[in-house]
Design a protein around this ligand. Structure first.
Ligand code: FMN
Length: 150
């Protein structure tokens, strides 16, 4: 799970609005924080952060490898850090990982993972192998893999 999150970075985060409607948006800063937590950076995530700060801390996060058509879904409670040690460590993490300017980050959102489950595409229903699904995805997107994973 950690490998997929670290490789993909892009995850979709669902939260719940005060009127009960769902709110889903992509977060390309999704990262593994430790064995029990994921984080993402709030740059333009006003509604997600507002929902969490309004008191509904439950979020669901989906991360999928679009080539292998597999991924994971995580559920947990989120907290928003606008200052303090976690905020400072998060800013340092993103600056080192991708050179993200700390001034662009309004908050670090920490999600304690309380449940995790695999996501597998129906592309595997016909007993296709990962190699076959990968080949079809690469063809679909007109891509070629530069190197194979070890
Ligand atoms: C590929 C992609 C990655 C994104 N990554 C982030 C991110 O890591 N953090 C962020 O705050 N916004 C990110 N955004 C922008 C938000 O998804 C976008 O502003 C969204 O409307 C925020 O929705 P919300 O207010 O419901 O959270 C990303 C957008 C895209 C298309």
């Amino acid at each position: 799970m950690k490998r997929v999150v670290s490789e993909q970075r892009l995850a979709y985060v669902a939260s719940v609005c005060p009127d009960g409607s769902p709110n889903l948006s992509p977060k390309g800063t999704t990262a593994v924080w430790d064995d029990d937590h994921l984080i993402f950076a709030h740059l333009h995530s006003h509604q997600t952060v507002a929902n969490i700060e309004a008191g509904n801390r439950l979020v669901e996060i989906n991360v999928v490898d679009p080539i292998l058509r597999k991924g994971y879904r995580f559920k947990g409670r989120a907290t928003v850090h606008r200052e303090g040690p976690l905020y400072d460590e998060g800013l340092r993490f993103y600056r080192e990982r991708s050179g993200l300017d700390p001034n662009r980050v309004s908050a670090i959102v920490l999600v304690r993972v309380e449940g995790a489950a695999p996501l597998t595409s129906p592309a595997y229903d016909d007993s296709s192998t990962e190699e076959e699904v990968e080949r079809r995805s690469l063809d679909l997107y007109g891509l070629a893999r530069m190197r194979r994973r070890p």
